[in-house]
Write a protein that binds this ligand. Sequence first.
Ligand code: 5GP
Ligand code: MG
Ligand code: MG
Length: 183
Amino acid sequence: MESTDVHADLKHVLKTKEEIQNRIAELAAEIDRDYEGRDLLIVGVLKGAVMVMADLARALHSHVTMDWMAVSSYGSGTQSSGVVRILKDLDTDLMGKHVLIVEDIIDSGLTLSWLKTNLESRGTASVEICTAFRKPDAAKVSINVKYVGFDIPNEFVVGYGLDYAEKYRNLDFVGTLAPHVYE
Ligand code: 5GP
Ligand code: MG
Ligand code: MG
């Protein structure tokens, strides 16, 4: 029978609930300062960014509006190709808007690089990026990420919106999977 204890599926905890919440509060304070006196639209990339969007939005003191996009990156296997298809577009007209893209994790950075260019082509006043987690490979792509929660090692992680086969998104912490889960 399949285990119902999610903790039994994890090898170790990388960032605890408390560490994540403290860091989100710090990022929110920075964003409040940087966008003072301006209207900000935060754009969450489904589905992984659901947790960070919800926590970041509640930690911000400024007025923000929220919208969502879903994209799928063409490519073989686990390699992101940088060729992106929009599955769900924004409802918001971006003309003259200050936009902050909110992501769960940046690995190759190819999807995000495409997304930033795409949003900029819609007449935005500015487009910046906030990610909860960033892996070392992201450094290979010249993409400026203004707000980074945590730089993490090159390991596959789950929790806090991040999935393995759609599971573990609901964890309030981030950890690595035990080998028995994927072997
Ligand atoms: P990339 O930056 O390579 O274009 O794609 C990033 C996307 O790959 C993330 O939004 C996420 O969906 C997925 N991804 C990258 N690294 C991880 C990881 O360690 N764990 C999980 N669950 N997803 C990851
Ligand atoms: Mg994502
Ligand atoms: Mg996934």
